[in-house]
Design a protein around this ligand. Structure first.
Ligand code: V47
Ligand code: ZN
Length: 352
């Protein structure tokens, strides 16, 4: 038998990560469509410009900047045209997550992009809920939803997203939070305050993207105006020591997505990623994949990146997985159960 205690080899850490039970807090619905899922959707809609060949997809998913990424992202959105497409995408994402031992995921969905393209809102909600229940039964992966405003699409999209998230006749059972995504440049956060107020009043948690493609002032706006409980990315917080201290003191977690930041050119290289500064400042860091197939990654690879950048061993990786449980919107019993599973797995791995 391999003695893992004395095996710092990278491949052993990879094996540890592969089996580690995990929670993911920042991952997009359409952005999780794997080549396998894209091919299936493109076969249903052959007029689409998205390539189906996995090799051509790698090229297609190489971005010159954040605006280019959003352009490509929207071409994949265009592949999702019927409630059955929505159901297939959601269920198959859960299958891919289960393979990586993701036990719990808060999936960011942009319902406005689908309803505005003509998918009936009731049928959309039924499709995601049907997939959620089937995925939990078939794969054991628990899914929850974050509905996000595509900020660049304007206040009409904010109003529509808030309505879909708070109307008791529509609001899906799995919905836990309210977000804001898309480009930040030219899309100031404070204008979305009334919609976040509405969502928070309806019991949803506030989790906007901020500081991904603009400076720390956007993170302050997300905290002060949108009452953010976690920050999507928050990368530029590293430039503001007061902000880092505030995040640490108030235990506002950052949803860090290292490879995404390189792929969209928000950060120049992994070695320049500020994750180390976040940890040094005492900020609660969670590791996430954002849009994994588009960025040529998955959650396990992101944990491996974190292990390298933060110089973590198995216990450090287990603590990182624990951060995601702590920062999640699971109830206390759900958090305790997943934490216990992480601890038991780690103890068994490290046992002589
Ligand atoms: N790393 C990311 N950082 C930020 N967001 C990310 C990231 N990854 C994925 N997203 C998603 O991209 C969407 C963008 C959609 C968008 O901008 C838009 C603009 C105009 C019209 C329409 C439309 O549908 O008609 C949509 C967001 O809603 C968000 O969920
Ligand atoms: Zn994101």
């Amino acid at each position: 038998m391999t003695d893992h205690r004395d095996a710092p080899a990278v491949r052993d850490l990879h094996a540890f990560i592969a089996g580690l039970p995990k929670a993911e807090l920042h991952v997009h619905h359409v952005g999780s469509a794997s080549p396998r899922i894209v091919s299936e959707l493109a076969a249903r809609h052959p007029d689409s410009k998205v390539p189906t060949d996995p090799e051509a997809l790698v090229d297609y998913f190489t971005f010159t900047d954040f605006a280019h990424f959003i352009e490509v992202y929207l071409s994949v959105v265009d592949l999702i045209r019927t409630p059955e497409d929505v159901r297939l995408l959601t269920y198959e994402i859960a299958r891919d997550m289960a393979r990586q031992q993701v036990r719990y995921a808060e999936l960011t969905i942009t319902p406005y992009s689908s309803t505005r393209r003509g998918i009936d809102e009731r049928a959309f909600m039924d499709a995601i809920e049907d997939a959620r229940k089937a995925a939990e039964a078939d794969f054991g992966t628990v899914l929850r939803w974050c509905f996000d405003i595509p900020g660049e699409a304007g206040l009409v999209s904010a109003e529509e997203t808030a309505r879909l998230a708070t109307d008791d006749r529509l609001r899906p059972e799995g919905l836990v939070s309210f977000g804001l995504g898309g480009p930040e440049v030219g899309v100031p956060r404070p204008q979305f305050k009334p919609y976040f107020d509405q969502a928070i009043a309806a019991g949803l948690r506030s989790v906007p993207h901020a500081g991904e493609t603009t400076g720390p002032e956007t993170v302050w706006d997300a905290l002060n105006e949108l009452r953010a409980e976690r920050i999507g990315h928050g990368t530029s917080s590293a430039r503001d020591p007061k902000l880092l201290a505030h995040l640490a003191e108030h235990r506002i977690p950052l949803e860090v997505c290292p490879t995404s930041n390189i792929a969209t050119r928000a950060v120049r290289s992994l070695d320049e990623h500020p994750i180390k500064e976040f940890v040094r400042a005492g900020v609660l860091v969670t590791i996430n994949s954002d849009d994994p197939p588009m960025f040529g990654t998955d959650l396990n690879s992101e944990y491996a990146v974190a292990a390298r950048l933060l110089d973590l061993d198995e216990r450090g990786l287990a603590a990182l997985a624990g951060n995601a449980v702590e920062a999640s919107f699971l109830d206390d019993a759900g958090k305790a159960a997943l934490s216990a599973e992480i601890d038991a797995y780690t103890a068994a791995w490290l046992a002589p």
